[in-house]
Design a protein around this ligand. Structure first.
Ligand code: HEM
Ligand SMILES: *[C@@H]1O[C@H](CO)[C@@H](O)[C@H](O)[C@H]1NC(C)=O
Ligand SMILES: *[C@@H]1O[C@H](CO)[C@@H](O)[C@H](O)[C@H]1NC(C)=O
Length: 328
């Protein structure tokens, strides 16, 4: 009787742990399409390669696309759905997804895959594979990306801002935001290293240059020379002009640990980047990743796999979209 009681309690506890963990211990599987669509991952890689030849910015875009997909309703390709007339706006219309790109590359990979194996490969998996290949082609660590995600049928712009981290979050807020997705503080610091490639619109950080707070026009955490450089790139004009600036001026297309070196020298672009060095919560983690590039690369790969399993739909959940921009 006592045994049964203990077992029951344990099962309930286990259930609570499983149900409350967004990073699912789910049947995602490396080589998921080995039998059903053996060329799926190769097609994604080839499509990316072709796109990258004319647009070197595409890799950064696809890594960010994966992040923004996974943080809103899980990695279910909800970010790809177009708005429909008369229906609430879709995720991609949200200000939180400003500047998100890469949709055409996903469309092309999907079209080529559908031609070979119709109704088989999810758009969510295509984003995942494209992000993995983008990490590798920009000099990051290669990793096996498990597949088996299914596509969602709901996409709401109203859900974006409350799920994505804000560029002015402090370390505690960043920690809470990632914890809600089952990601640790270490994962957050590790994944932020993605800001070693790609760029940001001035509007995402210009407050740091011109109107930081009541006593400081400029964020005192910005290196003096770097602040001057940013101001030259982002003049304080309010005419709708919004240029972009590279996250890492030194190696803007290389996914390396230069991000952490920049933070140590107060050259973080976003307030949320520099915050990782300012805060006692995360400073040691930044130092470690600055000093151990190879370990950071491996951790980054592992954290991408973890991020790729947030709230995924599997088995008979969701659907395999025919067109990534619309539900079937
Ligand atoms: C830690 C919290 C994070 C915040 C607050 C944040 C915020 C931002 C912002 C504001 C931009 C620039 C948008 C623009 O103005 O054009 C950006 C770009 C980018 N983010 Fe993040 N991000 C975070 C984490 C991540 C993560 C976890 C990843 C992926 C693993 C990521 C990947 C990227 C990439 C690659 C770009 C450049 C995109 C491009 O060049 O097209 N970010 N992020
Ligand atoms: C972080 O931001 C939150 C929300 O604005 C605030 O309550 C908290 O005090 C801040 N934490 C630190 C360490 O500044
Ligand atoms: C402005 O920011 C600086 C640096 O973070 C801080 O020391 C100061 O107290 C802030 N001032 C106000 C009025 O919030």
């Amino acid at each position: 009787m006592a045994n049964l009681f203990i077992i029951t309690c344990f099962s309930l506890l286990l259930l609570v742990v499983l149900v409350s963990s967004p990073v699912a211990s789910v049947p995602l599987e490396v080589g998921f399409y080995r039998k059903s669509c053996p060329s799926a991952e190769t097609i994604v890689r080839d499509t990316l390669k072709k796109a990258a030849a004319t647009d070197p910015a595409i890799a950064a875009a696809l890594i960010r696309l994966h992040f923004h997909d996974c943080f809103v309703r899980g990695c279910d390709a909800s970010i790809l759905l177009d708005s429909k007339p008369g229906k609430p706006a879709a995720e991609k219309e949200s200000m939180g997804n400003k500047g998100v790109q890469g949709f055409e590359v996903i469309d092309e990979a999907k079209a080529r895959i559908e031609a070979q194996c119709p109704n088989t490969v999810s758009c969510a998996d295509i984003i995942t594979f494209a992000a993995r290949d983008s990490v590798f082609t920009t000099g990051g660590t290669y990793y096996s990306a498990p597949g088996g995600r299914r596509d969602g049928t709901v996409s709401l712009a109203s859900e974006v801002i409350k799920n994505l981290p804000d560029a002015f979050f402090n370390a505690t807020q960043l920690k809470t935001n990632f914890a809600r997705k089952g990601l640790s503080l270490e994962d957050m610091v590790t994944l932020s290293g993605a800001h070693s490639i790609g760029d940001s619109h001035c509007s995402s950080f210009s407050k740091r240059l011109y109107s930081f707070n009541k006593t400081h026009a400029q964020d005192p955490e910005i290196n003096k020379a770097y602040g001057g450089y940013l101001k030259s790139k982002c003049p304080n004009v309010k005419n709708g002009v919004d240029p972009v600036v590279a996250f890492d001026p030194l190696t803007p297309t290389l996914l390396d640990n230069n991000y952490y070196k920049n933070l140590v020298s107060h050259k973080g672009l976003l307030a949320s980047d520099q915050e990782l060095w300012s805060s006692d919560l995360t400073r040691k983690m930044v130092k470690y990743r600055r000093n151990h590039p190879r370990k950071w690369g491996l951790e980054f790969a592992a954290a991408m796999v973890k991020m790729g399993s947030i709230d995924v739909l599997v088995g008979k959940q969701g659907e395999i979209r025919k067109n990534c921009r619309a539900v079937n």
